[in-house]
Design a protein around this ligand. Structure first.
Ligand code: C2O
Ligand code: CU
Length: 502
């Protein structure tokens, strides 16, 4: 076996949704929600905030009384939150003290190619890495790695020439993104601007970033992660074409937490950071009851033009939804549960809000939130089609785009700077499709647009036997970027492609 294909794997797990050690799991809604620390810049100047981030292993308490070995940023899971200002540069000096290579992608970032976290632009461990960077990876698909590899440390430069929005950063190592994110390499990155700041929306401790993900644990409290490809090692494992799903729901790294809220409006920045799990979340004081109304104000790419009433939100991996929940309509003592109607058993519940009592609340949801420029599809210079196919070939699970497995040297699309294009995604199965570099607008979907399609997006849900059309503009940055399925196991099995902007 090649060292490069085995080192990032946790204890093999024979199943995908089992509770490995039920007794050790906390009761749902028994642990308080936590928030990742906000990272402080090491220095700032007139144009730039400088941060240092070390990726390293850490032992953290996730299940009460147990210690879980995680891959962390700065010893924290989720990683620390980076607060950025639109138009102000952020430089993150990242050091890799993990035992494996890593590369960080800022998801939703409008980022020059050299800092975008291309899948082979690896930071090798400071402690050294014995394997030549060219290898046949995890998926065994034979893509040759030829990235901008650095030893130990490098800078990521984010211009933040973009609207206020909830972004997130995570590992993007070719063939190993699934296991490395599962082990903990994900954090929030929030861009703020004057438009958002000027609105009378809830803020301060009434603005809650909520990173939702599923995990599974073994009897010792360690994350379990099955191999995506049984031909490489664990005989007897079945390949699940839906990716890896766990039976424990974590919010900001806490299993099924509760959070105390006042009778006031709150802004929830929801992120589905799961490897493969889809959720339809709703809120109810009665867990078996229907969804209570709430208001969506933002999407992946920041504020919507106008608030949108919702009673549930369907979130695929990678998507963000900014919503306002008004807890003033509930009596003190009410427990409002966030449920997931796409879950089963333990994954039907996400978290609980406990309404404590009155509070003054001057926040409002303005009828006009922001100006969302409409990209005109009639101005598109061309339409490209991407067919995402999951199938079995020769007994192996295969996930391809336009019948190709990812390779670093094949360019599938070559948009020109200054143009608008329509991209059309098709599949017979479920895939969350993510395009790097530019946000897009969803303009068509078989069966009609869904509420979750509103606003600027960078990740879109593709449902079986459907076609989704998006329009995007290639403004400024040239270079090679990725588009891929954000089901991380599909991504690792090579459901990814390059586009080259010039
Ligand atoms: Cu969130 Cu290319 O990834
Ligand atoms: Cu997929």
């Amino acid at each position: 076996d090649q060292p490069g294909s085995t080192e990032a794997r946790a204890t093999p797990d024979p199943g995908f949704t089992r509770i490995a050690n039920q007794a050790a799991l906390p009761a749902q809604f028994s642990l308080p929600l936590k928030f990742p620390p906000v990272l402080r810049p090491t220095r700032t100047d007139g144009t730039t905030d400088y941060y240092t981030v070390t990726a390293r292993e850490a032992n953290l308490t996730i299940l009460p009384g147990m210690s879980t070995r995680v891959f962390s940023y700065e010893g924290s899971f989720p990683g620390p939150t980076i607060e950025a200002r639109s138009g102000r540069r952020v430089v993150v000096t990242t050091t890799n003290q993990l035992p494996v290579p890593t590369v960080t992608h800022l998801h939703g970032g409008h980022t020059p190619a050299e800092s975008d976290g291309y899948a082979t632009d690896l930071i090798l461990p400071v402690g050294g890495w014995p394997v030549a960077p060219a290898h046949r990876g995890h998926s065994g698909h034979g893509a040759v790695m030829a990235g901008a590899v650095t030893q130990g440390t490098r800078d990521y430069v984010y211009p933040n020439q973009q609207r206020a929005a909830t972004l997130w950063y995570h590992d993007h190592r070719m063939d190993f993104t699934g296991p490395q994110v599962w082990r903990g390499l994900a954090g929030f990155y929030i861009v703020r601007d004057g438009v958002d700041d000027a609105l009378p929306l809830p803020d301060g401790d009434r603005e809650l970033p909520l990173m939702i993900m599923d995990r599974s644990f073994d009897a010792n409290g360690q994350f379990t992660y099955p191999s995506a490809d049984p031909t490489l090692h664990q005989p007897g494992l079945t390949v699940n074409p839906n990716g890896v799903q766990g039976d424990v729901i974590l919010v900001n790294g806490v299993p099924w937490p509760f959070h105390e809220v006042k009778q006031a409006k709150y802004r929830l920045r929801l992120l589905n950071a799961s490897n493969a799990r889809r959720y339809r979340v709703s809120l109810s004081p009665d867990p078996s009851g229907g969804g209570e109304p709430f208001t969506q104000i933002g999407s992946d790419g920041g504020l919507l033009a106008a608030p949108q009433p919702m009673s549930s939100i369907y979130m695929v991996p990678g998507e963000r939804f900014d919503v306002i929940v008004d807890f003033s309509k509930y009596a003190a003592g009410t427990k409002v549960v966030m449920t997931n109607s796409l879950g089963d058993g333990s994954t039907k519940q996400v978290m609980q809000f406990r309404v404590t009592g009155p509070a003054s609340d001057s926040s409002q949801i303005p009828a006009q939130l922001s100006t969302v420029e409409r990209l005109d599809p009639a101005r598109a210079v061309r339409t490209r089609t991407f067919n995402l196919l999951s199938t079995r070939r020769d007994g192996k699970e295969v996930h391809v785009i336009n019948d190709r497995m990812f390779s670093t040297d094949h360019i599938m699309a070559d948009p020109r700077l200054g143009t608008i294009e329509i991209w059309e995604f098709r599949s017979s199965t479920h895939h969350p499709v993510h395009v790097h570099l530019n946000p897009f607008q969803v303009i068509g979907r078989g069966g009609g647009l869904e509420p979750e399609d509103a606003g600027w997006k960078d990740t879109v849900r593709l449902t079986p036997n459907n076609t989704v059309r998006v329009v995007m503009r290639f403004d400024d940055y040239a270079g090679k970027y990725m588009l891929h399925c954000h089901n991380l196991e599909h991504e690792d099995m090579a459901m990814m492609a390059n586009f080259q902007v010039s």
